[in-house]
Design a protein around this ligand. Sequence first.
Ligand code: MG
Length: 250
Amino acid sequence: MNIYTPAVRRYLTRHGYDKADPRGALIDMDGTLYDSMPLHAAAWQQMMREVGVDVPLDEFFRYEGRTGASTIDVLFHNAFGHGATEEEKTSLYGRKAELFAAMPPVDIMPGSLRVMDFLKRVGMERVLVTGSGQNTLLNRLDADFPGVFAADRKITSRDVKHGKPLPEPYEKAMSIAGLKPWQCVVIENAPLGVESGYASGAFTIGVTTGPLKECELTEAGADIVMCSMNALADAFPLLYEALVTTEACL
Ligand code: MG
């Protein structure tokens, strides 16, 4: 028993599992592997200004995880009272991607390489699960995280129909890795991503890397919340031990 045992036991109880069996990590990209969210938010804000709508910066952190098309739909509903056409979604997401690509290079999230090293060391499979379809970061991933994600272990917005907050992307990741929900941990920074991870039945780790508070990730269903990827790297040995050894209360 260690300090993470109660969180694992709560997880087993809420999903009706006897035991976890951690074999795979399903990992979000923006705001988790990369410190990219402030620049994404700025690009979204600029794109919306160009169509005459001023949206507060923090609001974009609450949409994080949605596909671009879905985000534009929500923004249009809020601003104009109706959704966007397919044409508008394509052209405006293209513009947002263009603005993002013109921004200064994004840094790797501090601590994320340490987390990936731990997963490799204990032999857990890694699957990328991102709502993004932007090549700016997707093309850098293999150079920045060498040997972490096999080519067929990446779920992007191109592989899903609806995306987060529905469980679809995480369920798809489990299916390509041949894993069951109790064999997976999800690592996520955004409330909608946490909601998706929780609904998929995986042990969902929320990491607060932006302006949102810990409670927003807990309310979205996170089984545990860490204050940074470095904090998760520090905690992972004990958390892993708890996931391996804890049994449900019968
Ligand atoms: Mg994210």
